[in-house]
Design a binder for this molecule. Structure first.
Ligand code: DGT
Ligand code: CA
Ligand code: CA
Ligand code: ZN
Length: 576
């Protein structure tokens, strides 16, 4: 059965291709809204349709999209999409995604210079052809070249959430194959890396042929790159590669361990085995002097046990922390989703969020949290109608009323995401900040300032006694924008000295602090807070990506502020 995610991805592609074809904005928006509505829907669209329910009841789905969903569910394909793909090369989507290009320019490049993918665009820019096009010029060409590198990287690697969507689609598809016994995605995906270069799918089966036949029927397949007796590689939409390997039950653990990697981790493990006369490969563990003698391989635990190690959580398999002396103890204390009790960075309709205070609170409570902080933008973020002191205090009154009504069952902290202005001062007055329960400070403007200026701005914020935390400390947007130039060693030292908290922003585009910074921070004894920065109810579910990143950094619950209970948080923040 086709998943919601699969339908949503198809509608997204439709929207992009329609935009490239110059279709009217209204139709394009209908597809984008529909994609979002379906992705956020709790129930299975396919099931709705099979049950004969009316999809137009869903907000954001009109009769056209309901019909299209029906066709997708019933046939697995969409004739209009096939037509669009034939008319507009799908690789143009990568070009329209380059900052400053967009659909119109992408089409012009295609029509006039036959540019249809990133390599041909780079070649044309380097040859100076793009500058000669009407409406482009030298300046545009230079900026395209500059922004291209990030688009090239983005085209090569999927963000964690996009990888997860694809994983869900493939899992769902493979579920209906009776030849599949066990199935797992290995590689960087299983290690929880922030971006994934390709997916490595591992299956056990007695009939690899049948598994591969079924795999080749995946709707998203663009191309079968190669197919052997037990392995196969395909390319799916957006040119992303998925490798499939089929192994025997007896080799499951060995193959899973091998293909999970990382390479560096595996080199260490194999070295340890070699030292005691064992040989590890993807089929099992064998005696060095008699390679026909398999001593382990069915599961990962027995492989690690042979080299004297407990099972290693995949997030830690990077040869960074897992071989150190305290590793064993760390494995059992690594932070988990269940440890998270609150979320201290989110926006509401007062600024650029989509939901009210009450809706955010209810949704957070439904997700098992005890408390949240509402941290809307301050006035400098005028695009989002940032709050001044007056509106902020009004919002806090609303929060007081809400808390009184909820009888201590759930608590909303009165917060603010205050902008660290270009001149280093904060965007809200100190006397007002002093009334807040929770102040998180962040840089949104002047990101191109010098290292010294940016570092000074953040240090200023850290030294302000009203500030509790720094949000998304480096400002990077993965595959979109580099971090600003900031001296993180100085930031960490200052945070340490003044007992300030650093945020690990859980949004898959941010994951900021990154894994290495997080590791450094907790090693220095700096407390971190894992926040979603939610702009909608659905965004509250991003927490898992932040937790996964924290696990990669060896973070324990005791180092994370929002694992504290509501009582503890109130005490720490001095909330009456
Ligand atoms: P990615 O796909 O770039 O995000 O990163 P990975 O780690 O998923 O790398 P990938 O897909 O090339 O390979 C998956 C795992 O398979 C890798 O982490 C370790 C193992 N592996 C792949 N090729 C080799 C190799 O040539 N030697 C060794 N020792 N291991 C390999
Ligand atoms: Ca991979
Ligand atoms: Ca691979
Ligand atoms: Zn925010």
């Amino acid at each position: 059965m086709i998943s919601n995610q699969e339908i949503a991805t198809t509608f997204e592609e439709m929207a992009d291709l329609l935009e490239l074809s110059g279709e009217n904005a209204f139709r394009i928006r209908a597809y984008r809204n529909g994609a979002k509505a379906i992705a956020d829907l709790g129930d299975s669209v396919a099931q709705w349709i099979l049950d004969g329910k009316d999809l137009t009841q869903v907000d954001g789905i009109g009769s056209t999209l309901a019909d299209k969903s029906k066709t997708l569910v019933e046939t697995g394909a969409l004739p209009q999409l096939e037509k669009l793909r034939a008319a507009v090369p799908p690789t143009l989507r990568n070009i329209m995604g380059i900052p400053g290009v967009g659909a119109k320019k992408a089409m012009k490049l295609f029509r006039e210079l036959s540019i249809k993918d990133l390599p041909s665009l780079r070649a044309a820019c380097e040859a100076g052809l793009v500058a000669q096009l009407k409406g482009f010029g030298e300046k545009t060409q230079a900026s395209i070249l500059q922004n291209m590198e990030i688009a090239e990287k983005a085209a090569q690697r999927l963000l964690m959430d996009a990888a997860e969507s694809l994983v869900m689609i493939i899992r769902e598809h493979m579920k209906s194959c009776s030849a599949v016994k066990r199935l797992e995605f290995a590689g960087s995906y299983r290690r929880g890396k922030e971006t994934v270069g390709d997916l490595d799918l591992l299956v056990t089966s007695e009939t690899p042929e049948a598994v591969m036949d079924h795999f080749s029927k995946l709707t998203q397949i663009q191309e079968i790159i190669q197919r052997g007796e037990t392995k196969m590689s395909i390319r799916v939409a957006d040119s992303f590669q998925v490798d499939l390997r089929v192994v025997e039950d007896a080799s499951w653990g060995a193959a899973l361990q091998y293909f999970t990697g990382s390479k560096e981790h595996n080199v260490r493990v194999r070295g340890m085995a070699k030292a005691i006369g064992l040989k590890i490969n993807e089929y099992g563990v064998f005696k060095s002097e008699d390679e026909s003698c398999r001593v382990a391989g069915a599961n990962e635990e027995e492989i690690y046990a042979l080299v004297g190690m407990p099972w290693v959580p995949p997030e830690l398999r990077e040869d960074r922390l897992e071989f150190s002396s305290g590793a064993k103890e760390l494995f059992t204390h690594l932070i988990q989703m269940e440890d998270i009790r609150g979320d201290l960075h989110m926006h509401t309709t007062a600024t650029d969020g989509e939901s009210s205070i009450e809706e955010m609170a209810q949704a957070a409570r439904a997700r098992g949290l005890q408390y949240i902080a509402i941290t809307d933008h301050s006035k400098r973020v005028s695009m989002a109608r940032g709050l001044d002191e007056t509106r902020l205090r009004e919002q806090w009154k609303e929060i007081d009323t809400f808390n009184q009504k909820s009888n201590g069952q759930f608590w909303v902290l009165k917060g603010i995401e205050v902008d660290i202005l270009e001149n280093g001062s904060l965007d809200i007055s100190d006397d007002c900040l002093a009334e807040a329960d929770w102040v998180t400070a962040s840089v949104h403007y002047g990101q191109r300032q010098s290292r010294e200026q940016i570092t000074d701005r953040i240090l200023n914020a850290i030294q302000n006694p009203n500030v509790h935390a720094i949000s998304h400390p480096t400002g990077r947007l993965i595959s979109r924008r580099e971090a600003y130039d900031v001296d993180m060693a100085a930031v960490m030292q200052a945070a340490k000295e003044s007992n300030k908290i650093l945020e690990l922003n859980a949004n898959p585009y941010r994951l900021d602090l990154n894994d290495i910074h997080t590791m450094t921070a907790v090693q220095l004894g700096i407390e971190i807070v894992i926040n979603t920065d939610a702009h909608s109810i659905a965004n509250l579910d991003l927490m898992k990506y932040g937790v996964r990143q924290a696990r990669r950094a060896g973070v324990r619950p005791s180092m994370v502020f929002n694992t504290l209970t509501l009582d503890e948080v109130k005490k720490r923040l001095g909330v009456a």
